[in-house]
Design a protein around this ligand. Sequence first.
Ligand code: UD1
Length: 420
Amino acid sequence: MEQFVVEGGARLEGSVSVLGAKNAVLKHLVATLLAPGTHHITNVPGILDVEIMGQVLAHIGVECTFDGSAVTIEVPDDLVPETPIDLVRRMRASILVLGALLARTGVARVALPGGDDFGSRPIDIHLEGLEAMGAEFELVHGVLHASAPDGLTGAEVFFEFPSVGATENLLLAGVMAKGTTRIGNAAREPEIEDLSAFLSSMGASIEGAGTSTITIEGVPSLSPAVHRAVPDRLAAGTYLVGAAITGGEVTVRDCVPDHLRMELRKLADAGCEWDAGDDWVTVRGPERATPVDFATLPYPGFHTDMHPQMVALLSGASGTSVITENIYSARFRYVGELNRMGADVQIEGQHVIIRGVDRLSGCPVDACDIRAGAALVLAGMAADGYTTVVNVEHIDRGYDNFVEKLSGLGGQIRREVVDN
Ligand code: UD1
């Protein structure tokens, strides 16, 4: 077991680079299933979820070779169209192999997904869309048996909610389906545009990715491609909140500031100053944050995956903030941990009420998921004394060299191996 030990009090100063987005690279890896041959993806972060997706693909018969921030993916002609329960349980994104395997082989056996514990996370929107395209499903002992007896056919689908994963699953299924697929109320995330760019470089015909209507003309086959992943806006945003919470000044390089418009706006409302160029952004934190209210929403709204970090910041603000979580029903497990550090945060239904306190105080806390873990590390940076964060494999799932990057900014943090 490993833990992070954080000593509070240091201001984060300097610059840090981010690599490609976890939430893009995982989908690129799955997209390679659509075309036999050798693919190359660059700007790949060294994180646990990418490793797990590599294992999912290995089970399917695909070989991933990692070399620094590049990965070469060898996709054979014949695939084993199934994913094992132990890997799917660890990572919800494994459900995306469904669309790709159905498109490539006409069948798929996928254990139902696990991943972060944010309350109920159904896949009904994925299944409804794929059914409209001719897929059939049967649940057998926790494993979804999918087939498309007559192949996948293009369809008009209108999502009840702009689900990121369902939009991606339909993109993967639609690019080689017969005819036209149109997705209405599609998710508009930059990572979806990036998946579409990768699929297009493989030969797919897609219009409207990044808008709420995506039109896909199916093509008979795709070819392997080379792609550089879009920068990770969530890693970037986390380091910027690090500047805000410590009253420091951090420049994040190799990012796309435009993908963080709403988050930067809320940081400004909290008293930060910021500057940005095409591929960098600098945030200067205030001596003490001012309270702000906001709601998490699908892109371009405030990202739910930046909510815990903002709560950590606002727990030291000079008044009361209210955050409304609209994407997940139960993304609040980190609140108890923050309160143990002296924060005054209350949950009322979907609302998080944060009464700013003068100072947090370090104590042992549990990184219950990726972003909660990052938020608790940031809270520790602003707290008195030492904060020990356990279950750091959650943080390792999503942050490339987190300890090294924070240390490079002057943060007092180290990784320790502990006996059980
Ligand atoms: C992706 C991101 C995740 C991010 C989320 C929202 C990856 C690997 N993960 O997750 O980090 O927090 O987008 O930006 O890219 N829902 C249904 N039925 C469905 C599908 C989703 O009810 O069929 C619900 C979910 O339970 C959740 C909400 O819709 O409450 C959002 O889910 P979705 O947009 O699909 O997120 P993911 O793709 O799982």
